[in-house]
Design a protein around this ligand. Structure first.
Ligand SMILES: Cc1cc2nc3c(=O)[nH]c(=O)nc-3n(C[C@H](O)[C@H](O)[C@H](O)COP(=O)(O)O)c2cc1C
Length: 346
């Protein structure tokens, strides 16, 4: 009985092309190591393959980003991975799942386990895993989460949960051992603080936490109540948190049962010296009043040093002119916060 590896859609467009993500780039070396661990004749692969009429197809209407158009650079498997797949049987597929792959593996008949890796967790990896499970209910179907990336970190995590529900064996995710639930709650008027919140959530997801982000009008109170850590964020308004966030916190803190949870704070501002640290400080003060255990990341964590919480500066004419400069920094804060939460509550 053989173990089979299926490498899903490790194509340029999904890694650093039109639909690329940092998370996809981050799994490349792990996928290469995974392929090398299998005998060459046990490795299969798929390629998302569209024609020039992609935008007129049903998929193209729903996802109007041209990608994996046959013959283009974006369609090709990333060269260093393609080199490892030179003996693999490769299936071009016009949609998410490959029925031809499922048919061939079923016909092979001597398989005890099929492991999937690749892109994207929540679309083609999930589709193919479920297709293989449907074709071969008695074969163990596994997905190595550390060798997959989703359209977003949140969708990656959600897809893994769904796959677990469908009895797919999910490995390589710290969630199987230590699942901490975290929330990021923020106010935003022009989207900068939302962006920062999503970057924090990316870092938390990388550290293996389950995380959801909420604006003040969309908070899932049950989810926040059941979270062991909450990070609050605000734009800087006249060197203060927004009045909406302060009054929302004052109205809901008790109901959220914040006491004993890990708390953190972040802010965005327009000017390098615009007062965002005062926003973070006052958020942390409120968190202390609510009985939260406050986390700052702090100088002791080394570089980047984040003394009381992360700040992003947007669109001014000073040295740091783009919020994008702060993506890594917010992500690192999210990772540190999630690791501390896992240490305390995991
Ligand atoms: C009423 C108001 C007051 C503001 N006050 C400050 C301030 O004191 N310091 C600062 O650096 N930026 C200030 N800003 C800019 C915002 O803090 C900044 O653009 C922030 O990133 C907006 O976040 P959002 O896109 O999530 O709404 C202010 C913006 C508004 C609308």
């Amino acid at each position: 009985m053989r173990r089979i590896l299926v490498v899903i859609d490790m194509q340029n467009d999904f890694i650093d092309g039109s639909l690329g993500t940092r998370e996809a780039e981050a799994i490349v070396e792990k996928v290469k190591a995974k392929i090398s661990a299998y005998p060459p004749d046990a490795v299969y692969a798929t390629m998302d393959t569209h024609g020039k009429d992609y935008l007129n197809t049903q998929e193209g209407q729903n996802l109007p980003v041209a990608h994996c158009i046959k013959g283009t650079e974006g369609w090709k498997i990333r060269p260093d991975i393609a080199a490892l797949l030179k003996d693999a049987k490769i299936y071009e597929k016009p949609t998410f799942g490959s029925t031809a792959l499922a048919k061939d593996l079923k016909a092979a008949g001597d398989i005890e386990e099929i492991e999937l890796v690749g892109l994207c967790t929540d679309i083609c990896v999930a589709s193919n895993a479920l297709l293989l499970k449907a074709a071969m209910p008695e074969v163990k179907i596994s997905v190595d989460a550390s060798c997959c990336a989703g359209v977003t970190p949140e969708k990656h995590a959600a897809a893994l949960e769904t796959l677990r529900s469908c009895q797919i064996n999910v490995t390589g995710s710290p969630k199987t051992e230590k699942l901490v639930k975290l929330s990021v709650v923020f106010d935003t008027h022009t989207g900068n603080t939302r962006q920062a919140a999503e970057w924090i959530a990316e870092g938390m997801d990388r550290a293996g936490a389950q995380v959801r982000c909420f604006t003040l009008d969309s908070v899932d109170m049950d989810y926040v109540r059941s979270s062991c850590g909450v990070v609050f964020g605000s734009p800087t308004y006249s060197a203060l948190m927004t009045s909406d966030l302060r009054s929302w916190l004052q109205g809901n803190a008790q109901n959220l049962k914040l006491g004993g949870k890990l708390g953190g704070a972040f802010a965005t501002q327009q000017y390098s010296h615009g007062g965002a640290e005062l926003v973070i400080q006052s958020l942390l003060e409120l968190e202390l009043v609510y009985g939260m255990v406050c986390y700052s990341s702090g100088g002791a964590m080394g570089r980047p040093v984040i003394h009381i919480g992360p700040i992003g500066i947007n669109g001014n004419k000073e040295a740091f002119s783009s919020l994008d400069n702060y993506r890594e920094y917010f992500g690192i804060y999210g990772e540190r916060f999630a690791k501390k939460a896992a240490e305390l509550f995991g």
